[in-house]
Each structure stands twice: as C-alpha cells, then as structure tokens.
Design a protein around this ligand. Structure first.
Ligand code: TRP
Length: 330
C-alpha cells in the first residue's frame, strides 16, 4: 500500500522562490510516489483575523499558484481545509487530550504572544491540535514540513500515541517528517539577510511582474568587488551565486565565477543575467496562473474533487474515533 502524505499550505501571501524550491518542487515529486493530500489551511489563517473580504481571494490565488506550479489534481487530493468540516469534530475530540501546559510551551505560540499581544486567542493556543487533526484524519505516515513545523509534528505524534494508548486502540500511525533526498535547497534573500521569507520582506514572488522582479534582483546587495584573485566570496555574493546555481545553466554560473576569480566581475551584468534566468524559469508558471486564476469553473471542479476524496477519508477516521470513544446511536 502507498504511504499517505499530508501537508497544509498557509493561505496567506503568495508563493516565492523560497517556497517553490524549498518545498513545492518536492511536493510535485511526491505526488508520483505517495497518496497525497495537499490542502489550503484557511481555518488556520483565521488566527490573525484577516479581513473577510481577503479570505476567499487568498485561497483562490494560492490554489491557482499551486496548480500552476504543478500540483496535479489527478494525482493528489488538493482541497480547501474548510471544505472538510469533519476536521473540526476530530479537532474537538483531540482537544480533550491536549493539555494546556504543553500547548502554552509551544514555540510558535510563545512567538505569537510576543508578536500580537493584543490578540492571544484560543485558536492560536490550539493551533497544533487543529494541525494534528489535519494530519491524523487521513492517518498520514509522512508529513513534508520545514524546521519551523517540526515541533507541531512532534505534538501530532504525541496526540496519536496518546489516543492509541488511552483507548487501547491502534487507530493512528505516528507520522514521520518527510526528509527530501539530498540537501534541502535554501533560497537566500538578496538583501543580505540569510533566507528568503515573507517576514523578512525580501521575497521574489513567482507572480512578480517582469519589471518588479528585475528591479528586485538589480537591487540585490553586493560589495565593492573582489580585490584578489580567487578570493573567498563574502556572504552577499555567495547568495547571488547560490540563486544563480538554482535558476541558471552551469555554464552561466561558471562564466561569472571565472570573472569573479579574475576580479573582472561586474555585478550589474551578473544581476541582469540572474533576473533574466529567474524570469525564464518562472514564466510558464505565471502564464498558467493567468489562465486559471479566474477560471471559476476549473477551480471549483478541482476543489470539489479534492474535497470529496478528503471528506471520505476524514469521515471514516471520525467514525472510528467516535466508536472507540464510546459514542453510540440508540
Ligand atoms: N502550520 C503549517 C504552516 O504554517 C500549515 C499546516 C496546517 C500544516 N496544517 C498542516 C502543514 C498539516 C502540514 C500538515 O506552514
């Protein structure tokens, strides 16, 4: 039997190169080897109180970006979290065995308290339980997550174990973090800060207009240039090369590397090439995105098929949980 994979995608913000090379490209690969559920976590997005008029457009654009990038509704179940309300009941049941102390100790919760002290809602506190419900409803074996989500996954494992132990059942497998083959590609920021990220405010988005994207790349932080042959590159320059290795041909990288080593590099030329190559690899995604983002008929169909598959799996787990916990009909 195929292993089951679940991953949630936050429904805030657009996809940037870091998301694409760090995670999404692996999701696309996983679709061939596993039974995958990829969903847009719109319930989770409510913890920060988004404006209701933004909720649906955000879901739409994220869905369209993921489809445009290659998530395939024929291979995976792609759905919107709130289209599968069974997850809320599973969440309620799991909450009874989730202790306040352990939730309060979660790093992401402590972080949020610091960042939004005026809005410390219960949804933030129980965020890991809802995430556990997302995962356990499909009895996932594998969850592809970044470092920042490992603690949440550890809690999911704990809740699975706890449920099984308390009720003497073998309902939930303990899901493992899915490790990608080889070193994960970390996309650097071009502003001199370590990584590309939304909170760093330094993202190059897949959907940036050509001009905007080029401008961002041309503004990348550099230095005065090398002064000695073959000298070691400072971090900001290494960053440019790292990104170039991802999007450009090996010949191009070698060309600029040679120029650097000979102290003949002109960063402006390198950035121009880099911008061109980023545009080249992202252009097909942008084109596809434009085709589907307003195609309600298509998006509705994808979401409906995804939700149907997910609901079937979730409803089955919920029935089993209810039975194990003692719910009965007269
Ligand atoms: N918390 C995840 C994030 O912020 C999103 C998420 C919600 C998730 N539910 C999930 C990820 C279940 C994996 C599995 O990125």
């Amino acid at each position: 039997m195929k292993q089951i994979v679940v991953s949630g995608i936050r429904s805030t913000g657009h996809l940037h190169l870091g998301n694409y090379y760090g995670a999404l490209r692996n999701f696309i690969q996983m679709q061939n080897d596993f039974e995958c559920y990829f969903f847009i976590a719109d319930y989770h997005s409510l913890t920060t109180h988004p404006d209701p008029k933004d909720l649906h457009p955000n879901v739409r654009s994220i869905l369209a970006e993921y489809l445009a990038s290659g998530l395939d509704p024929e291979k995976s179940s792609i759905y919107i979290q709130s289209d599968v309300p069974e997850v809320c009941e599973i969440f309620t049941l799991l909450n009874m065995h989730a202790y306040i102390g352990e939730l309060e100790r979660t790093a992401s919760f402590k972080d949020k308290i610091r960042k939004q002290p005026e809005n410390v809602n219960a949804g933030l506190l129980t965020y890991p339980v809802l995430m556990a419900a997302d995962i356990l409803q499909h009895k996932a074996n594998l969850v592809p997550v970044g470092k920042d989500q490992l603690q949440h996954l550890e809690m999911t494992r704990k809740y699975a174990r706890r449920f099984n132990t308390i009720y003497g059942a073998e309902l939930f497998p303990e899901p493992d973090a899915y490790k990608f083959h080889g070193e994960p590609i970390k996309i650097p920021g071009l502003d001199g800060s370590g990584k590309m990220g939304k909170s760093e405010g330094n993202c190059i988005y897949l959907n940036d207009e050509d001009k905007v994207l080029t401008k961002k790349v041309m503004r990348a932080v550099t230095d005065q240039g090398p002064t000695e042959m073959n000298q070691q590159k400072p971090e900001v320059i290494e960053n440019l090369f790292t990104l170039m290795k991802v999007v450009s041909t090996p010949d191009t990288v070698e060309h600029f590397n040679d120029l650097y080593n000979k102290c003949e590099i002109r960063y402006g030329d390198m950035k121009k090439q880099l911008a061109e190559d980023i545009l080249k690899v992202t252009a097909p995604i942008r084109e596809r995105y434009k085709e589907i983002v307003n195609d309600d008929e298509y998006l509705r169909r994808v979401a409906a098929i995804g939700a149907e598959k997910a609901r079937e799996s979730s409803a089955k787990t919920l029935r089993e949980m209810r039975e194990i916990m003692g719910f009965k009909k007269f």
